[in-house]
Design a protein around this ligand. Sequence first.
Ligand code: DC
Length: 223
Amino acid sequence: MKYAVAIDGPAGAGKSSIAKEVSKRLGFIYVDTGALYRTVALYLLNNGIKADEIDKIEEALKHIEVSMEHKEDGQHVFLCGEDVSHLIRTEPVSMMASTTSALPVVRKFLFDLQVQMAEKYNVIMDGRDIGTVVLPNAQVKIFLTATAEDRAKRRMLEYKAKGQEADFDKILEDIIKRDYQDMNRATSPLKKAEDAILLDTTGNEFSQSVELMMNTIKSRLSI
Ligand code: DC
């Protein structure tokens, strides 16, 4: 039997950094599903396809190949064989991913890949609909959140650490817009699964959030 931990929550709540550390400690594979939506978005942006050009998107999906590899330094995503793990971490890609992930054809396109990972490995999988749609039978479900201001602050520090320009008000505005889009779409909106445990990381140090998640998972899985 495989273990599956589903982590959902809004952008910037710390899902990926916390889940990455926790999966290392548990020896689980960390699957960042947002990276898959970002990879599709990158292809569309690179090919000048707009989010409302549904026919073109459907046609594009026939040519898009998305795959994942898990290496020592974490997950890498590939677009038609090219490692795009870094290219997908920009604001335009974030916004395009949020918009196009509302499309049922895009969600359907990425669904099997996510389920297959959980069939093969013990996983901690993060996203927006993991506990509700992708892995409804996950043994542990966590809904990780924090205030929008706290999340924007963290995003800004991440950009600065990478030497990228960052404007707090713009980041906050983008986060609020993405939250709205992710929570109000018709297909698989971001919401807490009924049986998910709510963890709020507002004001926490990274290490506190890691401990909180470790303890939550351990108490549910008895490992
Ligand atoms: O987790 P992230 O910020 O990298 O995700 C980028 C976008 O992809 C996010 O705004 C919503 C979408 N997404 C989704 O709809 N379902 C998922 N399981 C993961 C991400």
